[in-house]
Design a protein around this ligand. Sequence first.
Ligand code: GCV
Length: 652
Amino acid sequence: MRGVDPAWLPDGVFRPIGTRRTLIRGSGPLVDTVHTEVAGACARFGGRVDLDAGPGGAAYDLALELTGDGDGSEAFTCGRADGRTTVTASGGRGLLYGLFHVVRLGEAAFQGAYPPELFRPRVALRMLDHWDNVAVHPVMGQVERGYAGGSLFWQDGRARGDLERVRAYGRLLAACGINAVAVNNVNVHATEARLLTDRIGEVAEIAGALRPYGIRTHLSVTFAAPVVLGGLASADPLDAEVRAWWARAVAGVYAAIPDFGGFVVKADSEGQPGPFAYGRTHADGANMLAAALEPHGGTVHWRAFVYDHRQDWRDRTTDRARAAYDHFVPLDGEFADNAVLQIKHGPLDFQVREPVSPLIGAMPGTRLAVELQATQEYTGQQRHVCWLGPMWSEVLRFPVEQGSSVGELARGGLVAVSNVGDDPFWTGHPLAQANLYTFGRLAWQPDADPAAVLDEWIRLTFPDPPEPLTDGLHAVLDGSWRTYEKYTAPLGVGFMVQPGHHYGPSVDGYEYSPWGTYHFADRDGLGVDRSRATGTGYAGQYGKPWSEVYESTDTCPDELLLFFHHVSYGHMLHSGTTVIQHIYDTHFEGVEEVEAAREVWASLAGLVDPARHARVAELFEEQLRSAREWRDQINSYFFRKSGVPDAHGRRI
Ligand code: GCV
């Protein structure tokens, strides 16, 4: 496709397949996709592909065999014997994932012999939520918290006529294992609400472009739809008329999109309507939609991001971090089987450092999905390099209870807010592509080593990378999340961003506001006391051992200290440094690390294509400017509050 970056599927990665002879066995829409991919590779590189060769056919280097008749199963085996690499799958999706597995292996797929190995995703639903508006919103723009241009799906007030890029997107997603996409913002405005009814045909067009890559389409809907679209007087989930309206609406959706995935709902949150208005619970609300979707095989993803955004900052007993647990734990066991509670990975809002949400371990009777944020709302907005693989891996491997990790408890799926738009590099910052790829691969296997995933991304995006390029990319990306953490809000306290757009520092930006995100800095210290003994009691929402670990400053990890405790500036961290000196030191280090990364990137000129190199180089200038701004504002602020000078006499 002209002018659009091939991301992790440049032509070169198909060379090993495209120069060989491939046999494809089976039929069905996804087998057709597999055939198209292999035939395209052969056309470029001179190989050959046959469909269902008869007996005594030619010798093949690669066989891709569908052994069942369904498109459902995602598992595949891959092995090599007698000079032939064989992929088998009982479903078309499995065959497609098997093909991309061979692409990832490259030449190694065709070397020696190895026994058939079974590959299957650990998490059944691996979804991207797009916060895209059809129309351009006056405040939020077209993509809410979008840093990669306009929407990939919607243009000029309707679904794009030319869906070539959407197809290319589906292909990239399949190649990293993603199988579901929600195509519109969870804040559902008037235009977007109609996608559910009279504009469902446009959603069907998008679904048609994603389907060949095994991706099911989901839609965000407003809880008030029966009122705003149906003209009913109420949206009460227990009202028979309301339920009948939803049943009809859902039947209309499935008539247009037979493999529709389901709904995503943000209710009673940040101004979105919900069941509270009718004195009903969130289980009542979710179950009403689940009942409408159930006959068609659909699922409702009901978001747990429910909190009071009209808080009084002087009231130190109210704690936004507690809200999701307080609202939802009493409802455990009440949600229908096809209702999934979708929980942000941390209790607040995608900060650079948060503890894992205690809700994830507290609802054994409910299917949970865990939501991550690939779009970098609070992590540099795709102007800063911030590879989130290590953070997501820490979250997904976190042992919540009795040895179960977050990745294992996410039985209802792993979801990320997409970082993609209509930008030619897809993600604004070309290196932010690594976040999208890493999410897909971690969703497939949550305990995968993120460094190995990054290696994979490097080998695909830059085929046959010379060693200095691989080393350089690792040097720039590996530690970039921790670097970002160093120069922004310290020790888990969060926020300190400019209100509204959330880019750049403003230490008190949200301090005297109703949003519930405070640091409580005064002349003596800072941090939020969330202990049971003297604070909001949030630490008590965890099971053991975490409720005890977080309760005491003696055991609370340094990186979360200010999330859980209000301490003096002189408080000694486990690292052996005082809190105030840690703030100064990390902010100087963070900027130095950005300077070093910028130099490494400069040294890669000539190893990376010029357009990509120039874009990243330009963005590094902004990252450095911003990192210095963060450093100087945070350090001066805390010097003035505390009166404690820097031990090394630096300018603060
Ligand atoms: C889509 C945060 C963001 C909002 C977002 C919300 C959510 O508050 O700033 O833009 O709304 O999270 O996750 O629903």
